[in-house]
Design a protein around this ligand. Structure first.
Ligand SMILES: [Zn+2]
Length: 344
């Protein structure tokens, strides 16, 4: 059996790193590119985009929502035009569309995150709403990543610290992956698993600094998000990045769309799933609070009935992806009992 690892080739992190030289370092051809970005980001960074890409020829496509239909609309608008590369500039969802479009058209993608809200920056996955499945699709990793700290530091706090919530999820996702290997003989890669977990630990050590938006801590968070994405590339699946805590997140996306950011939901769900694994859930809750992240569903506007339904629905979304939720088959009363105990 062969195993394929696909990884980004060049990652450039630093203050002011979104510039002409960095882009030329990654992209060897200047004609002709496709920029995918959001209206808000374009408005704020119009000047930076113009000057960084002054030597390149490109068209700009604005995406308004992170949906499968929006990605397909971009593909339809492109039609038979010949582009050689895609640059995604924006938050996780814009990057998801850029990776999807690049994958469909077999073009290299340059990922330029403008926030640190999730681990999609360097990963080979694209998570789009409204598609056939409520979870991420396997695409290709970006050819290159330019993470400009000075741009990311300008993002709203919720779009920075929620990246830590997404990383905290790795504490249970790697255990779910191990369980899938033990139970169903799935491929399991110990190195990828350790790398994903180490990414979470690396960022967790800076939880307080992330909460206070300290430069060094945000840099640690970014490195951790990128290395988690690389762990997904080494694994060849989202297994090390997404387990029971993400299944509950996907169920909440279906049952309570628009409430809470991805990483915020993953963080609280991990308090629940880490309890199921008999881990130190209290420490996880404390780290969330140090980082200024919500520690209860109520803070996200999610009521008890909805979260109970989501936890029951979660394992049904991916029956083939065995997790602690598939193993335990929790009843409604047991879920309520645990939620009361954890005070989440
Ligand atoms: Zn995630």
């Amino acid at each position: 059996m062969q195993h394929i690892m696909e990884l980004p080739q060049i990652v450039i992190i630093g203050e002011g790193s979104f510039n002409k030289n960095s882009i030329s370092h990654i992209l060897k051809f200047k004609n002709k590119g496709l920029i995918i970005t959001g209206p808000h980001v374009l408005k704020i960074y119009n000047r930076e985009i113009d000057s960084s890409l002054s030597e390149f020829s490109y068209d700009t496509f604005i995406v308004n929502e992170p949906t499968y239909n929006e990605a397909e609309r971009v593909l339809a608008d492109i039609g038979s035009s010949n582009y050689l590369f895609v640059i995604g500039i924006g938050g996780g969802k814009t990057l998801d569309i850029a990776k999807y479009v690049g994958f469909k058209l077999n073009m290299p993608v340059l990922s330029v995150p403008t926030n640190a809200s999730n681990d999609g920056i360097a990963s080979p996955f694209s998570s789009l709403r409204g598609g056939k499945y409520p979870y991420s699709l396997k695409v290709k990793p970006p050819l290159g990543v330019i993470a400009d700290i000075s741009i990311i530091m300008k993002a709203p706090k919720g779009q920075i610290n929620s990246g830590l919530g997404d990383l905290i999820g790795k504490i249970t996702s790697v255990r779910d992956w191990y369980l899938g290997w033990k139970k169903n003989g799935e491929y399991y890669g110990e190195y990828a698993s350790k790398l994903a977990l180490e990414s979470a630990r690396h960022a967790l050590a800076s939880a307080e600094g992330i909460g206070n938006l300290q430069l060094d801590s945000v840099k640690n968070l970014l490195e951790a998000l990128i290395s988690a994405g690389v762990a997904g590339g080494i694994a060849g699946s989202s297994r090390p990045l997404s387990g029971s805590e993400h299944l509950i997140t996907h169920a909440l996306d279906v049952l309570a769309p628009g409430l809470g950011m991805h990483g915020e939901k993953v963080g609280i769900n991990t308090v629940f799933t880490s309890y199921l694994y008999k881990l130190n859930w209290n420490k996880i809750k404390l780290s969330l609070s140090k980082a200024g992240l919500p520690v209860s569903y109520k803070e996200l506007g999610i009521n008890r009935n909805t979260i109970v339904k989501a936890i029951i629905m979660a394992p049904t979304l991916r029956p083939e992806r065995y997790t602690i939720l598939h193993q335990m088959q929790l009843s409604e009363s047991k879920i309520n009992e645990i939620l009361d105990y954890l005070e989440i």
